[in-house]
Design a protein around this ligand. Sequence first.
Ligand code: NIG
Ligand code: FE
Length: 424
Amino acid sequence: MRADILILGADELLTLDKQVGFSPVRGKDMGKPVIVTDGAVAIEGDRIVACGSTNEVLEDAEIHPGTTIIDASGKLVLPGFVDAHTHSCFVGTREDEFELRNSGVSYMEIARRGGGINRSVEFVRQATFEELLNATLSHLDIMLEHGTTTVEVKSGYGLSVESEMKMLEVIKEADRLHPVDVVPTFLGAHEVPPEFAGRRKEYLDLVISEMLPEVKRRSLARFVDIFCEEGVFDIDDSRRYLKSAKGLGFGLKLHADEMVSLGGAELAVEVGAISADHLVAISNSGIEALASSNTIPVLLPGTTFFLGLSNHAPARRLIEAGAPVAIATDFNPGSNFCPSMPMMLTLACVNLKMTVAEAITAATINAAFAIGRGDEIGSITVGKKADILVLALSNHRMLPYRYGVNPVLKVIKSGKVVVDFEKA
Ligand code: NIG
Ligand code: FE
């Protein structure tokens, strides 16, 4: 088979390909990724055409004058990270809120005082399409440099028909312009905007009757999401919204049980959501419900860390119950201003007590399934898209251990070397 790129001699190649590579990895299996020593991958066009030991791959590979050979000796090779939950489309920062929180004021209290999501809404409403696009593209640049090859991006800082559509159009254009693949999610139900203060139901009526059909008509989102939380949207609001969205054919996601145990995880399973995210306050019945469903728990260890909270999502209990846990950054200007997946791996190990192997599984194959792309990305599997990282580390255990610095040496996205720090 013809090889346009050959990666050879990796100290460790983690394929994340559990037998088939086409289903999420559950429970105990999360801790047992396939590790090939002296590993190699062959790429033709934008696809993976072979992977295995260097000898095996070299036997079949047809080298041509244009073949790029990457020597990965001393390096770790694994699939590109999939960041399955972000709010990367925004302008403006809220560093004052970070300082307030560190002096003891809570995230929800800051929101009640007029800060929080609605501050970013003000910035985004005022921004032009170009300003918002440039900011989004620069966020994607940093993510790509840190190994993220596919990212889910939510709207939710517009909260009016016009501004939500502006955000979704920006997200669409960012996907077109940037090498990172962007999966768009509509989050019109992120917060109640100031002009609807005290009229939550009326705002949700607008989201359901005007925004959802418009997003559908313009094909601007694959998924919809809602912030189901005490003081924001309750369980009945969330059920009503998600059922309407389902009727229009959208995939469903929820910010569920982040601070208060409202039964968000149970609702996610009831409505057949593709993922339930946050889950710091998930109940026992929520854990059981998720474990026996196809809904993926997406845990966001950067958020609990950055909010300075001492309780974290119960990753161990979810994994032991047999759930296919994913992790993501939740990158946003309020509750987590860190776009780095390697950093999330460290936090997943230290604070969620996940093993290194589990955390890597959660950041790749399971994350791909959390955004409906598991058939295309998330593992190094013949036929999947060639989204591959070469890291300047000799084994996978080094990845969360050597933290706070960027381990990426090269990023291959859709079969092209798009980041190369060896050349830089
Ligand atoms: O997932 N929880 C709600 N939404 C975001 C925070 C967004 C913001 O503060 O701007 C989150 O943490
Ligand atoms: Fe979020």
